[in-house]
Design a protein around this ligand. Structure first.
Ligand code: BGC
Length: 758
């Protein structure tokens, strides 16, 4: 779409928009009587909302969304026909805040990463009954003010809102909008992603006082979202202050893990009935403190906010603690799929950390339809990768890629990392496998290949202890957050784990090439995979399969990624079991190994050992947070100490204790595919497998997954009367086929229908 409108911005005298309140643009619009349809196209440098006579024209948030703004920006298209029907005269208003473009962004905690001026571009296309079209574009006939009721809005800090100004914006504060002539992204593309919307309403679960008598509300579970105030009756000038936090510690709302993010709403009431829902921020919280009003269950509530993806998967079993783990996984999925896949929704970070989604993508793809969401993000990943030459730690890049003025950031962006960079292969592969949508591979193939070529270049750098094909070079995060180690220990493990991920990515590219009919590439990347495996064995593995100086993550990766010879696998498995035993039946994996750990055991026949690890509930384990009452996935195995205090140990970056981080929730994939037993045999589940692994702790498990052909359900339940101790019940949608490992061990195939196998 070619916009004919002009980019408009605020008063000419303002240089740095982040220092002023959101802009409010307005224009009185007169429409002819014979309007047949009306469509509004809009985008912005910043985040915008558009209103016709105070009615927000869309129920979406944070448009135009976050893309790598230095290269591309999305525009949205809204059908406003019914909203404008019967309106011959109305005021078109657009509110424009900093958003990702000019607001404070994580990792560097700086504002104006993409630009200093916010700007708006919009046009209303009105088609008349005679077929003619009128266009109302943004231009300098719009007026603008910075004296609207929203005094401040930012993702990290929240909002300051003065309701007294709602109908009393000083008339003389409106001035003609200026034309914006600064830099704009070279590509303005139709919306690629999934709009962000409000979802579940969450009512206060408990209202109580903190140790100083301030009101606290517990919403019963951790979430990412916003709080709605009202409707409530108040006096003019009465001020309500709301702080958001994930915990209560020592009788007070805990905000120590937010770092510099304020997560605060300051709302000044107008006389009479007040109602307020923030527009340009979201917070990560379970608790809020409220000052300035008497809170009741009726006058305050919360809403979860996330990109509008459909739930397509479910998992339940007979153990309530595992069901809670599954709920926590889904909660942290939603809380971190807010236009881009983020690490956490609360502290001053909220970046598109590539490693986190690389580990979590298969689990996310089972539970929600993430295809469109991920295709947009992967498009940005490819852009950033092209610019920097590597896949960096975060995407979008927060504009470091163009800012080489800081040596520190320039150096970081010349660096890259296994798992984090492997998002380039792992995420499209997970999306393709789950959805069967080959277009994601077509879109990403060059990026996938370029990433493996980068890994090869880095692994080709010969250093001490690091011959060719062993990737040691550079600043790497290694087995990030592995328990019992510190930053030094995590990074020191990188030589092993990076080489393992390099091999796995070469293998994925070879598979993707075969699917896309690129036979030469398929052969070349398969050969590369074999060479890396050989180098891995030559350098790290003794003839009997013992990995010298091994650790849990590398045993698991070596088994899962096929790095060992068949005769070496039993020893690696034994080493893994010995390590688990030496830790008194605890896991020892960080980000790079956790997703593969249980499958490394159960796929080698160690089902009960895998179940025992899953059911471990002292730290470190998946159920430790659950036993502490967690309602979301934690960043660290030990985010909370057994005595209930926040773990502020300094083995990692300061205050790095999020309670809403999805990476360790990657165990979900094992729950669905091994405990539930459902996995795809053909991408998109046209053919699927039902082959549960059954441990002594469970009586039954049930999974469902909606694939493009319908909803698959698979359930097994123990039954002492059954010949093999359990029965299987499953639904095979029409046009799909199930390959079922039956209780008698025989593999049988089933066409569309419902089955019970005893
Ligand atoms: C983020 C992580 C990320 C890591 C890498 C953290 O601050 O929250 O999840 O992957 O940094 O350094």
């Amino acid at each position: 779409m070619d916009f004919t409108a002009k980019w408009i911005t605020g008063p000419a005298k303002i240089d740095r928009d982040s220092e002023v309140a959101p802009y409010l643009f307005r224009k009185q619009v007169t429409l002819p009587a014979n309007v047949k349809s009306a469509v509004l196209y809009a985008t912005a440098l910043g985040v915008y909302s558009i209103f016709a006579d105070n009615h927000k024209i869309s129920d979406t948030y944070f448009a135009p969304g976050y893309t790598e703004y230095s290269q591309r920006l999305q525009y949205q298209e809204y059908d406003v026909t019914s909203l404008l029907s019967g309106k011959s005269n109305f005021v078109l208003t657009a509110e424009l805040a900093d958003g990702w473009y000019a607001g404070r962004l994580g990792l560097c905690n700086m504002e104006n990463r993409y630009g200093e001026k916010r700007a708006l571009l919009a046009e209303l296309h009105v088609t008349l009954t005679d077929g003619s079209e009128q266009i109302i574009p943004t231009d300098t006939s719009f007026e603008v003010t910075t004296e609207g009721p929203r005094r401040h809005a930012g993702f990290f800090d929240g909002e300051v809102y003065d309701a007294r100004l709602e109908n009393k914006i000083p008339a003389d504060s409106f001035v003609p909008a200026s034309e914006y002539t600064g830099k704009v992204p070279p590509q303005i593309v139709p919306m690629q992603g999934v709009p962000v919307r409000l979802h579940e309403q969450v009512k206060p679960k408990r209202i109580f006082k903190d140790r100083d008598g301030i009101t606290l509300i517990d919403f019963g579970r951790n979430l990412a979202g916003i709080v709605k105030i009202g409707p409530l009756t108040a006096k003019e000038g009465q001020q309500i202050v709301i702080h958001h936090g994930e915990l209560v510690q020592d009788g007070k709302l805990y905000t120590g893990n937010l770092r510099t993010a304020k997560q605060t709403l300051v709302y000044t009431c107008k006389e009479g009935v007040n109602e307020y829902l923030p527009e340009f921020c979201y917070m990560g919280f379970q608790y809020i403190s409220v000052e300035g009003i008497d809170v009741t269950e009726e006058n305050i509530c919360a809403y979860e906010i996330y990109s509008d993806m459909e739930m397509i998967g479910s998992f339940t079993c007979s153990a309530e603690r595992i069901n809670q783990l599954q709920r926590n996984i889904v909660t942290s999925l939603k809380a971190n799929f807010i236009d881009i896949p983020t690490d956490c929704p609360q502290r001053d970070e909220r970046c598109g950390w590539t490693g986190d989604i690389a580990a979590f993508a298969p689990t996310a793809a089972f539970n929600m339809d993430i295809t469109q969401f991920m295709k947009k993000w992967l498009g940005d990943l490819a852009i950033v990768q092209k610019e920097v030459g590597v896949v960096p730690w975060i995407c979008p890049s927060n504009n470091f890629i163009y800012d080489r003025t800081s040596t520190f950031w320039a150096e970081i962006y010349d660096q890259c990392d296994a798992l984090w960079g492997d998002a380039a292969t792992l995420v499209p592969w997970a999306v393709y496998q789950s959805s069967g949508d080959v277009s994601v591979l077509e879109q990403q193939y060059e990026s996938m290949k370029a990433w493996v070529d980068t890994e090869k270049r880095l692994a080709d750098i010969v250093e001490e202890d690091s011959p060719r094909y062993i990737w040691k070079h550079g600043m790497q995060l290694g087995d990030w957050l592995a328990p019992g180690k510190d930053m030094h220990g995590w990074t020191a493990s990188a030589k092993w784990t990076s080489t393992a991920y390099f091999a796995n990515s070469a293998h994925i590219v070879s598979e993707a090439a075969a699917i896309l009919g690129k036979t030469e590439d398929a052969a070349a990347y398969d050969a590369l995979f074999q060479t890396i495996c050989q180098a891995f064995r030559d350098n790290f593995v003794e003839p009997d399969g013992h990995i010298t100086d091994g650790f849990q993550s590398i045993y698991a990766l070596a088994l899962r990624f096929g790095l060992l010879l068949p005769e070496q696998r039993p020893r690696a498995l034994q080493d893994l079991l010995d390590d688990i035993k030496a830790r008194d039946n605890h896991l020892g994996t960080g980000f790079v190994g956790t997703a593969e750990l249980l499958a490394a055991l159960s796929d080698e026949g160690k089902t009960q050992e895998a179940y025992d690890l899953l059911f471990q509930d002292t730290c470190p384990s998946w159920l430790y947070p659950v036993s502490c009452g967690a309602t979301s996935s934690w960043e660290r195995w030990d985010s909370l100490c057994p005595d209930g205090t926040v773990n502020n140990s300094d083995d990692g970056p300061k205050d790095m204790v999020s309670f809403n981080h999805y990476a360790y929730g990657a165990v979900g994939n094992w729950l669905y595919t091994r405990v539930g037993g459902l996995s795809m045999a053909d991408p998109g589940y046209k053919t699927f497998r039902f082959a549960p692994v059954i441990g002594e702790q469970l009586e039954f498990a049930e999974v469902s997954h909606t694939c493009p052909y319908g909803t698959i359900t698979c359930r097994w339940e123990k039954d002492s009367a059954a010949a093999h101790g359990y029965i299987m019940k499953f639904h095979v949608p029409e046009q799909t086929r199930a390959i079922v490992t039956c209780p008698d061990g025989v593999v049988r195939e089933y066409e569309g229908g419902d089955y019970t196998i005893a």
